[in-house]
Ligand binder design. Structure first.
Ligand code: AMP
Length: 218
């Protein structure tokens, strides 16, 4: 069973690698942010509570997130494994998750940390362009993520644009906040011997994926 946790600062290529791993190993990509948004859209008491927490920028309570996660990872499509994205966010969640895995008789799992230098992550963020029509994402700094024709989407031939929220100031704040919140978690998994670090550097998405596969096939 391949139950995988992806830890990656903004612009490290987590979205691309999640898709590659999900397709190659036929396992779902589970984003706790998406799980919560889905539940928040329901007109239930639980949905309302989640919506309030998310809108105020707070983390959703561990009890709620653990219940939703348990429901999700016990579904049929997770029996061969899954990729967790956005969870655990802190050590309390990491410990709760460990207990949950034991309870379900699941493997201890693999943690992959995509390590990227802040300056490079910034350059990659500023080089990101998306399709105004279908939302496909490209990156002018990553060889195999460039569009085939300049400024034109490979999939639907619409125009490509930069994202409005990809400014330097916003990026630096997001990156620093992410690293401050995650440092402890990275140390925790490193001490447990579960952490695999992949240096992103100037590698292509394919090269990174080769490294991910090596970790997963060991
Ligand atoms: P994300 O899409 O990962 O940026 O998450 C969006 C929001 O969902 C966060 O700001 C939190 O309010 C909530 N959230 C996502 N993952 C978690 C988690 N593991 N624990 C608690 N709250 C979470």
């Amino acid at each position: 069973m391949k139950n995988i946790i992806f830890i990656a600062p903004p612009a490290a290529g987590k979205g691309t690698q999640s898709k590659l791993v999900s397709d190659a190993y036929n396992i779902p990509h589970i984003s706790t942010g998406d799980l919560l948004r889905e539940e928040a859209n329901k007109e239930t008491e639980l949905g309302k509570k989640i919506k309030e927490d998310m809108e105020s920028g707070n983390l959703v309570s561990d009890t709620i997130i653990t219940t939703l996660l348990k429901n999700r990872i016990t579904q049929k499509d997770c029996q061969e494994g899954y990729i967790l994205d956005g969870y655990p966010r802190n050590i309390t969640q990491a410990k709760t998750y460990e207990e949950l895995l034991k309870q379900l008789n699941y493997d201890k799992g693999i943690v992959i940390f995509f390590d990227i230098d802040k300056e490079l992550a910034l350059q990659r963020t500023l080089s990101r362009i998306i399709c105004s029509n279908c939302g496909s994402s490209y990156n002018l700094l990553v060889e195999d993520l460039k569009p085939k024709k300049e400024n034109i989407c490979d999939r639907c031939e619409h125009e490509l644009k930069t994202r409005n929220d990809d400014t330097e100031e916003v990026f630096i704040h997001r990156f620093d906040t992410y690293m401050d919140n995650t440092k402890e978690l990275i140390d925790y998994y490193e001490k447990k011997g579960l952490l695999h670090k992949i240096e992103v550097g100037h590698k292509s998405a394919t090269e990174i994926f080769e490294e991910v596969k090596k970790v997963l096939n060991d």
